[in-house]
Design a protein around this ligand. Structure first.
Ligand code: NAI
Length: 303
């Protein structure tokens, strides 16, 4: 059965180009009312050009779909959500996708390179989602996507600012999945690779052409559909390949009494052996040491 989004308002940030554009077109084709948000700036950030978002809106309308263009920066998330409410009267799906790059090796990275990346990726995703949150809680319905990057998950030379912000989105997504659960708000994290103007500077043209953004969109559609159930999970997607990534923890070693670095050294191979590894999915599950020491799973309750 076709996964439809009729009557659903979907906000896609950074939807004027690349991945966001592909997501927006597909949501609209499936009946969604789409807010096509895009600042219309350069890959390094800044600028303001409504024609970039408007062009995607025009494409959607020409195909018989419904969409509105929005030129606010994701840093002004509240205005983006107001635009959605004014235009369509609800907020059902938020795809946090807007992004920029300011690559520089760490020694040459200045504060502005760091700040602007943090602001667009992490602060922007937080602000858009936070503005959507009360509407989603009220309607007891919401689907949110965070767009992370392999640069965050694995590190990448020259991208300390980008990888830190992108990994921040993993933590943000995982916590919001927990906080949204009781209100039917599902939050997942997608780690794409695709040819786009953003990656054209680091990928050969043949690779850019082969890794179509359209290969990433079905995962976003499936995770944000009303029939979805996955939440707090991380998916790596590119070039027609779809996979899930999770944490892996060694069994580790446990010392009954206080121990020295030398004693640890003698058991280091055991501590770091992935034989019979574990895949904790919650904070409590992962704290094996506290379970051993306290005899119960640890639950952190803000005092
Ligand atoms: P893109 O450059 O083609 O599209 C990003 C869009 O975001 C642009 O149209 C830009 O104007 C918009 N944008 C930038 N700053 C904005 C702001 N403050 N407010 C609103 N819109 C803004 O890039 P691409 O490749 O489609 O990237 C989309 C997302 O996917 C980004 O978050 C990127 O970091 C992430 N990503 C992309 C990968 C790839 O291989 N293309 C790999 C991993 C992550």
């Amino acid at each position: 059965m076709e996964l439809r989004f009729d009557g659903r308002c979907v906000i896609v940030t950074g939807a004027g180009n690349g991945l966001g554009r592909s997501h927006a077109l597909e949501f609209a084709r499936r009946g969604a009312q789409v807010v096509v948000n895009d600042l219309g700036g350069a890959t390094s950030g800044g600028g303001s050009d409504i024609s970039v978002a408007q062009q995607v809106v025009n494409e959607i309308k020409e195909a018989g779909g419904e969409a509105v263009a929005n030129v606010n920066s994701v840093e002004d998330g509240r205005q983006i959500i107001e635009c959605a409410m004014d235009s369509f009267g609800s907020v059902d799906v938020v795809v946090n996708n807007a992004g920029i790059l300011r690559d520089a090796s760490f020694g040459k990275m200045n504060d502005e390179d760091w700040d602007v990346l943090y602001r667009v990726h992490l602060l922007g995703s937080m602000r858009v989602t936070r503005a959507a949150w009360p509407h989603m809680r009220k309607s007891e319905y919401g689907r949110v996507i965070m767009t992370t990057s392999a640069a965050g998950l694995y590190g990448n030379f020259g991208q300390a600012n980008y990888s830190a912000a992108k990994m921040g989105l993993v933590g943000l997504g995982k916590t919001l999945a927990i906080e949204g659960a009781s209100k039917n708000i599902l939050v997942n994290i997608v780690c794409p690779t695709a040819g786009s103007r953003l990656t054209a500077s680091v990928m050969p043209k043949a690779v850019v052409d082969a890794l179509k953004p359209e290969y990433v969109t079905p995962t976003v559609i499936l995770l944000t559909h009303e029939g979805a159930s996955a939440t707090g999970r991380l998916f790596e997607v590119s070039g027609g390949w779809v996979s899930e990534t999770r944490w892996e923890q060694t069994q580790g070693v446990f010392f009954q009494d206080e121990f020295t670095a030398e004693e640890l050294s003698s058991r280091w191979a055991e501590a770091t052996s992935f034989e019979n590894s574990r895949h904790a999915t919650t904070l409590g599950e992962s704290k094996f040491g506290t379970k051993e020491r306290l005899g119960q799973e640890m639950v952190l309750v803000p005092q």
